[in-house]
Design a protein around this ligand. Structure first.
Ligand code: B4P
Length: 188
């Protein structure tokens, strides 16, 4: 199974990606997690992306495409994967299309999680208290929402047009949302 999980910041992508990937026995690959690991380790890439991430902007497409291409070349992604938070821009969609076409590995599903905006802000501010992520402050959250609406939400129509989109309501408890996801994917 090769799939994507998409949704606005705070929709529960990272939370659901881990459970869904385990359920289907595939790796969950999060560009956000990979960038954060580089920031924590103080790598050259981490130094380059920290300021962008903290402000709520998107890391450049070339850097992001390269990190994903490297990760998908690893053995554990051969039998399938769940990409969490990638692609987020139209050029990233093109880069992923090329990469998958080279291997003759088409996508099976694009899962979209939708949640009301007020709920999203509440969740992210709650996470700010528990995890202290630098981009979970009101100003950065507002920027992330704006960038999502402008750059990423148009991708849903692209994947809908390809017959890949599976939309799930992300409102409710974590297990309740997971059950909805399994039902929707099995029916797709
Ligand atoms: P991400 O790590 O993808 O950040 P995110 O959009 O906030 O999603 P996340 O997975 O963390 O949150 P989730 O909705 O699961 O990216 C971070 C940054 O990296 C980006 O802003 C950008 O700078 C950069 N980046 C990453 N990918 C990129 C790309 N492709 N191109 C360019 N730049 C890129 O969860 C939010 C909170 O809600 C959690 O605290 C969770 O506990 C809670 N929650 C989840 N489900 C819930 C539920 N059902 N009920 C209540 N709370 C719930």
């Amino acid at each position: 199974m090769r799939m994507l999980i998409m949704g606005p910041p705070g929709a529960g992508k990272g939370t659901q990606a881990k459970g869904v990937a385990e359920h289907y026995g595939i790796p969950a690959i999060s560009t956000g997690d990979m960038f954060r690991a580089n920031v924590t380790d103080g790598t050259e890439l981490g130094l380059e992306v920290k300021r962008i991430m903290d402000s709520g902007g998107y890391v450049g497409d070339d850097v992001t495409n390269a990190i994903v291409a490297d990760r998908l070349a690893q053995d554990d992604a051969e039998a399938g994967f769940l990409l969490d938070g990638y692609p987020r821009t139209i050029p990233q969609v093109g880069a992923l299309d090329e990469l998958l076409a080279e291997r003759d590995h088409p996508l099976n599903h694009v899962l979209s999680l939708s949640v009301d905006v007020d709920q999203l802000v509440d969740r992210l501010l709650k996470r700010a208290e528990t995890e202290g992520r630098a981009d979970d402050n009101e100003e950065a959250i507002r920027t992330r929402m704006d960038v999502y609406n402008k750059e990423t939400s148009p991708l849903l129509e692209i994947y809908r047009g390809r017959g890949l989109l599976v939309s799930v309501d992300g409102l409710g408890g974590v297990d309740e949302v997971s059950d909805r996801i399994y039902t929707a994917l099995d029916a797709h």
